[in-house]
Every structure is written in C-alpha cells, then in structure tokens.
Ligand binder design. Structure first.
Ligand SMILES: Cc1cc2nc3c(=O)[nH]c(=O)nc-3n(C[C@H](O)[C@H](O)[C@H](O)COP(=O)(O)O)c2cc1C
Length: 322
C-alpha cells in the first residue's frame, strides 16, 4: 500500500494524486471527471493576475468552481507581488479555493516574456516577495509550482526561499525551463528538493502509468504525485494508478470503451455547467478519441458540428465500428 494521505496546510486528503494545472485542459468539467476517477486535488489552469484585476474578469472566471470539485486549487500567473496578492485576495473572497498556487514553471515565451512563469526563478527576491506578500494576507494555503534550475544548489536555494516565505507545499517538475518538454523528468533533482524541505513536496513530470507512478514515489520519497499530460483524454489514469498503489494489482480495462465513455461524461458535464463551446468539445474530443477504432470518422463529424447538443447526440450515438 503506497497511497498515502496528503496534508497541505489544514486540508487533508485520503490519497495523494493531484491533477496538474493545464491551460485549455483543466476546466471545471475536466477536473470533475478526473475527480470522479480518483484525483484527490485538482488545479485550474493558470489565470493571469493582471487579467483578474481588470474589468473583464467575469468572462475569465465563468464556471470556475463547483462544490463538487473540492478540494481544488486556483493557479495564478503574474510577476508583480502586489498584483498577485490583490488577485489572490479577490479569488479567496469569491471562490474560497482550498489552495492558491503560483505558476513559477511555465516556459512558454508569451509567459516568460512578461517576467512570469519560469522567468520568476531568475530572481530570488521576486520569488520570496511574491510568496511572502501572499501568505501574509491570505487565510488560504499558498503553494508554488517550479521547474528545476541549471544547478541543483540553485534549485534548492529557491525551494528553501519558497518554504521560508510561508508556502504550504511545493510542486517540482523535474525539467529545466529551456528543455520545454524534451528529455525526461529528473527524479534525483526532485528527490533533493524533497530531502531539503519540511513542507510537502509534490513530484511532477512523466507520470504516465502505474509503474512510473510507483517509481516516482519510491525514488523521490515525495508526498504526492501530480499528473498532467497522461490525463489528457484519459482521466481514467487516476483510477488505474490509485488502484495499483493501493493493491499492487493492475485494473483490466478496455481502454477504448473507457475513453469513449469518459468523453460522453465530459460533454454531459460541459452541458450541465453551461461550458459547452464547440472549440472546447472539439479539442477534447480529439484527445479522447486518440487511438480509437474509427477515430478519423468521428473527428471529421465533430469538426463539422457547431452546436453542443448535436455533439452530445453524435457522441451518444457513436459506437465503435466492429
Ligand atoms: C497543454 C498543457 C498546458 C499546461 N498549462 C500549465 C499551466 O497553466 N500551469 C502550469 O503550472 N503548468 C502547466 N503545464 C505544465 C503541467 O502542469 C506539467 O507541469 C507538465 O506537463 C509536466 O507534467 P506531465 O509530464 O505529467 O505532463 C501545462 C502542460 C500542458 C501539456
């Protein structure tokens, strides 16, 4: 039995599997689906602190949370400690998430170009100020998500600062920013951070099946596992990993039937929460139908549909070609 409880600040979950924040992916419907499959904590995609503080925030925050998706974290991205603090106060008041996370790992140019995401890791002062400004005023536990740095000592320095500034947990993606998604996640670097800190450390990067989940937990000794890409179009990954960590046995599943079932539930959840847009459904339908027999036909049909109801009907009536 390797599935442990996870305690971050005052929140405690019976398992330690977290859904990673992912732009355009981890909307409320997708998070609910991952939760139904066993995710213990979910994170929203990154939300810009600047955008949150301007008047258009209503559209940005449409369908952000539901009592069914708890405990969850809202991830903020920004570079100004004051704006991040103000944005965090706003979301704490409005949404009362269990966690507020700061994105210190995104390597995309459009993010680092404005000094946000992994660019923050270049400035120890900025990292410390951001976390300490937030923890000084918020009741909600603050977490941070980083990538590793060029040298281990630099990574540990940043990790220690984040802890000292009052963060309640730290997620480490074991790649450097310049790697983007190439190479593999460095478990030894994650383990070094885990050994250095007293707050919970969550391991992230390349957890894609039962074996990689077990190996990451065993090797790093981390308090939790955060899963990103492997959950896209495949939220069932949480059930598989959870079952394996609890029993040491693998679940037998017809992956194709499961993906189709999950796609139907996903679209139904989008409808229920009034989040159905054709772009969103198309994107996720592509992911969910990956590897499915006849996926080309269903994708073509999906591409030609405009309205959410028709999409639900199409997916509802779809049965795999024999
Ligand atoms: C489509 C996509 C969107 C992402 N968006 C975010 C984001 O908004 N915030 C963040 O901290 N990381 C983001 N990430 C990074 C993931 O959270 C995670 O750190 C990374 O994918 C490594 O984990 P994995 O190997 O399990 O996918 C994103 C990754 C992908 C693939």
């Amino acid at each position: 039995m390797k599935l442990n409880k996870l305690k971050i600040g005052k929140i405690e979950t019976s398992g330690n599997l977290l859904l990673a924040p992912m732009a355009d992916v981890t909307n409320l419907a997708f998070r609910l689906l991952c939760r139904q499959n066993g995710a213990d904590i979910t994170y929203t995609e990154m939300i810009s602190a600047d955008a949150l503080l301007n008047r258009n925030r209503k559209a940005l925050l449409k369908g952000l949370s539901s009592p069914a998706d708890r405990p969850f974290g809202i991830q903020l991205v920004g570079s100004s400690p004051e704006k991040l603090r103000e944005a965090a106060i706003f979301i704490e008041d409005e949404y009362k998430p269990e966690l507020i996370d700061v994105n210190m790992g995104c390597p995309a140019k459009r993010i680092t170009g404005t000094g946000c995401g992994s660019a923050l890791l270049n400035s120890k002062t900025a990292v410390y100020e951001i976390i300490s400004e937030m923890t000084a005023v918020l009741k909600t536990p603050v977490t941070a998500k980083i990538r590793i740095l060029e040298r281990e000592e630099k990574t540990l320095e940043i990790a220690r600062l984040i802890e000292r500034a009052g963060a309640s947990a730290l997620t480490v993606h074991g790649r450097k920013a310049k790697q983007m998604y190439s190479g593999s996640s460095d478990l030894a670097a994650i383990r070094a951070v885990k050994r250095e800190l007293s707050i919970p450390v969550i391991a992230n990067g390349d957890i894609r099946d039962e074996e990689s989940a077990e190996a990451t937990l065993d090797f790093t000794g981390c308090d939790g596992l955060m899963i990103g890409r492997a959950a896209i179009g495949n939220p069932f990954i949480f059930k598989r990993i959870k079952h394996y960590l609890e029993t040491g046995e693998k679940l037998e599943v017809n992956r194709q039937a499961q993906q189709l079932e999950d796609l139907k539930t996903y679209v139904a959840l989008l409808e229920e929460y009034n989040l159905c847009s054709s772009t969103n459904v198309r994107m996720h339908a592509h992911w969910f139908t990956k590897g499915l027999h006849g996926s080309r036909q269903i994708r073509e049909k999906i591409n030609n549909l405009k309205d959410g109801k028709a999409l639900i009907e199409l997916i509802g009536n779809y049965s795999q070609p024999k």
